[in-house]
Design a protein around this ligand. Sequence first.
Ligand code: CP
Length: 304
Amino acid sequence: MRHLIDIKDLSIQEIDELIKVANDIIAHPDKYSEKCHNKKLATLFFEPSTRTRLSFEAAMMELGGNVIGFSSASSSSTAKGESVSDTIRTVGCYSDIIAMRHPKEGAPLVASIKSTVPIINAGDGGHNHPTQTLTDLLTIYREKQRLDNLTIGLCGDLKFGRTVHSLVTAMSQYKNIKFVLISPEELKIPEYLKEGVLEKNNIEYIQTDSIEDSIAKLDILYMTRVQRERFFNEEDYLRLKDYYILDKEKLKNAKDDLCIMHPLPRVNEISTEVDDDPRAAYFRQVRYGKYIRMALILKLLEIE
Ligand code: CP
């Protein structure tokens, strides 16, 4: 039985295969509409979500399966003090696969040890978000027709932004990837990623706090929200929350084929005036999230 807890649980060949299946689902959705007949997905969200939970649920429905679950810890027996392990053992009696989001880093890993069905990490604290990364990789592939030879700007909260951590880990496996890490001093990428992923794999990167100085060389600009829920004090959040706001003016020097991404939700970091720019890929990115999750469900349930 396979789980997806960390993007490193998948080899580069498996990621490429998932992207291939997702592309086939986009081209031939009817072929897949009964693949999960009689299967049930449980979505256990101990933390808020719009895209991840609903795209998982839509994915299972489009595969012909059913969905059960809860969307907040307060509406489950967690509120009565039940442990993650007991919740998982219980839900495994009712479902074939579980997608789980939890505010505590490592909670999905703990769940996977006790689980009788595959567990998918749908985001754990400020740690990882592997299915967002699969979404991001499919988006990059469809927008740029490649996953190598790219200069990728990551901008905003690189410290707490779990989607950034998983994306850096995944993209570092492809050839000739360069990163421009754009953040204020307080929100720099964690040392464990700098040393353990970027430097270990000899990936070229620069750190800067200026979006204007670096935008012209980027193929991808990945904007992120400052993660209010991970801050220890509100004052720091208020000081940093509007540090970067991407607008038409800042895009003046960008490449014509720049791909602008954002895992969403957005707060202020991309002005809505950018939404109609053909380079703004973030709502296409949302759509791709459903297809890659369909491919992932099929893989973990070992359905051809
Ligand atoms: N990108 C993402 O994880 O969005 P949600 O928090 O809405 O699921």
